[in-house]
Design a protein around this ligand. Structure first.
Ligand code: GLC
Length: 474
C-alpha cells in the first residue's frame, strides 16, 4: 500500500489515519501487507527505530539518474513493515506544498508536490523490486500514488509486476493533482499510451484521472460519497469517468482505530471513562475549559470542532451570531489563513465562548473529544469523515450535515443532522443539540447509542480483501 501519510508516523488528516489503521485490520485477516511512505524530514527516526534496508536505488528524472535509499520501520505496535523512501525531495518538514531547498544561497520552491510524489511512486516500485517483494495487489490512495497503474506497465517494470493488480482509493476528489504534460518526461511515462492520450487531450495531466481509469478497481470511502461523485454536483468534473468505472467502483466505509480511540484506555486524556462510567466524562470538560481559559462550568455544553481548515469543512458557516447559543466552542486545526483569522477574530470578540486553537496538536484533539458534549461537522461535502465516529466513541454527540460519509454514520438516533448548507441550518441544528443537552435522560440515551456503534475496521477490511481476491482470482 502506498500513501502520502501514515498515522502516527506522518499525518495531516484522515488519509493518514486510514493508511495507518486499515493495514492492521488487513494483516489480522491474513494479508502480508507492507507500506511505502516518503521519508519526510519530520519523521522521528529514533522513536520509530528507522533502519536502512536497501542501498541505493536509481530513478530516472527527465532522463537523468537520481538516487534514493530505502529505509524501514514498522507500523507502531505491529509487524507491518513501512518502507521509507529517502531522497532530498522529502528532506523537508512538510508533507505537502513542496519544499524549499537551498539554491545559490537562497531558499527557493524548487520541487512541487506533483514531482515529489511522482518520484515517490517510481522509487516505491524500485524499492519493492530491490527488496524482492512481489505484491499481488498494490493499493493506492489519492492522487499522490495514482500513476502507479501506468508506471507498472513501463518496460522496466512490466516483467516484475506482470501479475500485480492495482486498486485505487479516492479519499477526496477535491485534490486531483493536475499538472502540465512535462510531468510525463519527468516520470518516464509513455506519452503514446491510450490512457495518457485520453488524459492529456486538454493539455493537462490529471493524476486522479490516471488512478480512476488506470486501476483494476476503484474504491471510495463511503457508500453515499460513491454515489455522489457520479453526479455533477460532487463529481468535481470527473463524474463522467467515474460513471464509466461504475461497475468497478465500490463505496467502503472507513473504520477508525478502536484501540487508539478508546476513552477507557486513552493515555492523552485527563479522566478515563467508559459506557459504564460516563458520569466521569465531565471531569474532562472542566479540565478542557480550564486549559482553554473558558469559564469552568459543568452545565454549559461544550461544542468541539477539529479539522483541516479548508473550504470543504464549512468553517465559513460559523459567525458571530453563534454567540447567541448557550454553549462554548473550541476549534482546533490549521489551514487556510482566512479561516484561521475568522475563528481567531471570534475568539477575540467572545473570549468566554469561543476558543480558537490554531495548531496541529494530537493531545488537545483527544482532550476535545473527551471534553465535548457536542461535536460539529458542517461540511460542504465529506467523503467519509472520521471525527464524527471518534466523537461518538467518546460520548460527544455529533451535529453533521447530511452528506457523504456523515450521512452514512450519523442519524437522529445518535446525533443531529441538517441538510441545507447555510449558517442558519447549522445554527438551528446546534440549538437543537444545546436544548437537547438539558434533558439528561434522553441525552444519555443518545450518547450511549453512539458509543455502542461499531466503527471498527473489521467488516470494511473484509470488503477490501474480497476485492483483492476478486482481482487476483483467489
Ligand atoms: C479525506 C476526506 C475525509 C476522509 C479521509 C479518509 O481526508 O476529506 O472525509 O474521512 O480522507 O478517507
Amino acid at each position: 500500500m502506498l500513501a502520502a501519510e501514515i498515522t502516527p508516523i506522518a499525518k495531516v488528516g484522515g488519509l493518514g489515519d486510514v493508511a495507518g489503521s486499515l493495514p492492521q485490520a488487513l494483516y489480522q485477516l491474513g494479508a502480508d501487507i507492507r507500506l511505502c511512505l516518503p521519508f519526510y524530514g519530520s519523521i522521528d527516526t529514533k522513536k520509530y527505530k528507522v533502519k536502512k534496508v536497501a542501498g541505493e536505488i536509481t530513478i530516472a528524472i527527465n532522463g537523468k539518474k537520481n538516487q534514493a535509499s530505502v529505509w524501514q520501520t514498522f507500523l507502531p505496535g505491529t509487524r507491518i513493515p513501512v518502507y521509507l523512501i529517502k531522497n532530498i525531495f522529502f528532506d523537508c518538514q512538510e508533507i505537502y506544498r513542496g519544499c524549499k531547498i537551498m539554491k545559490n544561497n537562497r531558499y527557493v520552491d524548487d520541487a512541487n508536490d506533483l514531482e515529489r510524489f511522482s518520484f515517490f511512486m517510481q522509487a516505491s516500485l524500485e524499492a519493492v523490486k530491490k527488496i524482492g517483494f512481489k505484491p499481488d495487489i498494490i493499493h493506492l490512495n489519492d492522487w499522490h500514488t495514482a500513476l502507479v497503474p501506468q508506471l507498472i506497465k513501463s518496460p522496466e517494470n512490466k516483467i516484475f509486476f506482470k501479475n500485480t493488480k492495482t486498486i485505487y482509493t479516492i479519499h477526496n476528489l477535491a485534490n486531483q493533482g493536475i499538472t502540465k504534460e512535462n510531468i510525463l518526461k519527468f516520470a518516464n511515462l509513455d506519452s503514446g499510451s491510450p490512457l495518457i492520450k485520453t488524459d492529456s487531450e486538454n493539455g493537462d495531466i490529471n493524476f486522479m484521472v490516471q488512478g480512476i481509469l488506470g486501476a483494476d478497481a476503484v474504491t471510495t470511502v463511503s457508500p453515499t460519497y460513491a454515489k455522489e461523485i457520479m453526479t455533477a454536483q460532487t463529481g468535481a468534473g470527473l463524474e463522467k469517468i467515474l460513471k464509466m468505472r461504475g461497475n468497478d467502483l465500490y463505496g467502503i466505509l472507513n473504520g477508525v482505530d478502536t484501540v487508539f480511540f478508546n476513552p477507557l484506555k486513552d493515555k492523552l486524556i485527563k479522566q478515563n471513562y467508559s459506557l459504564k462510567t460516563l458520569d466521569k466524562k465531565v471531569a474532562n470538560k472542566l479540565f478542557l475549559q480550564k486549559k482553554l481559559g473558558l469559564p469552568e462550568n459543568k452545565d454549559i455544553p461544550m461544542v468541539g470542532f477539529i479539522a483541516r481548515f479548508v473550504w470543504q469543512k464549512g468553517i465559513d458557516l460559523i459567525n458571530g451570531t453563534f454567540s447567541g447559543l448557550k454553549c462554548q466552542f473550541v476549534f482546533l486545526g490549521t489551514g487556510d489563513k482566512k479561516y484561521e483569522d475568522s475563528l481567531k477574530a471570534l475568539a477575540k470578540k467572545y473570549p468566554s465562548q469561543f476558543s480558537a486553537q490554531i495548531k496541529f496538536d494530537a493531545r488537545l484533539a483527544q482532550e476535545i473529544y473527551a471534553g465535548s458534549d457536542i461535536f460539529i461537522i458542517p461540511s460542504r461535502f465529506e467523503p467519509c469523515g472520521l471525527t464524527q465516529m471518534i466523537a461518538m466513541r467518546y460520548g460527544a454527540v455529533p451535529v453533521v450535515r447530511s452528506t457523504g460519509g456523515l450521512a452514512d454514520t450519523v442519524d437522529e438516533s445518535v446525533g443531529f443532522v441538517f441538510k441545507k448548507f447555510t449558517s442558519r441550518a447549522l445554527y438551528v441544528a446546534i440549538k437543537k443539540a444545546v436544548d437537547g443537552h438539558r434533558n439528561k435522560k434522553k441525552w444519555r440515551a443518545m450518547q450511549v447509542r453512539g458509543m455502542k456503534k461499531n466503527f471498527s475496521w473489521e467488516s470494511s477490511a473484509k470488503k477490501y480483501l474480497d476485492i483483492y481476491k476478486k482481482l487476483t482470482n483467489n
